[in-house]
Design a protein around this ligand. Structure first.
Ligand code: HEM
Length: 99
């Protein structure tokens, strides 16, 4: 994300560390881990939280491309990789809010 001009411009903070941490905590919670995300941020309401950002098809494609690279780097067993990828790709489609 950091090296992608289209996406980088969407992230309001200078330091991407906190955004990365929110994503990490969200995914940990979503997959049944500690509820730290909810304690810090409340209900995820992801569609609502993305509403201030222009998530069009180009942003969706770029975001998923980087996620694909991250998923591949993690070398999960194939059945887990498929589950994670299905989740990321269907939720990314649901996040599109602009043309
Ligand atoms: C479709 C393309 C997407 C784009 C372009 C995008 C972009 C963004 C941006 C610009 C932010 C604000 C950065 C920040 O946290 O300060 C954000 C926040 C976040 N995004 Fe996305 N996002 C996308 C899809 C997704 C998907 C599919 C998920 C979950 C599966 C997700 C999870 C999150 C989370 C957890 C936050 C932090 C929410 C909070 O607590 O404030 N995003 N995203």
């Amino acid at each position: 994300m950091a090296g992608d001009p289209l996406l980088r411009a969407m992230y309001p903070e200078e330091d991407l560390g906190p955004a990365e941490e929110r994503m990490r905590l969200f995914l940990m919670q979503y997959w049944g881990g500690p509820r730290t995300y909810g304690e810090r941020r409340g209900h995820p309401r992801l569609r609502m939280r993305h509403a201030p950002f222009h998530v069009d098809l180009a942003a969706h494609d770029a975001w998923l491309r980087h996620m694909r690279a991250a998923v591949e780097e993690s070398h999960l067993p194939p059945h887990l990789e498929r589950q994670l990828w299905d989740y990321l790709s269907s939720s990314a489609a649901a996040m599109i809010n602009a043309r």
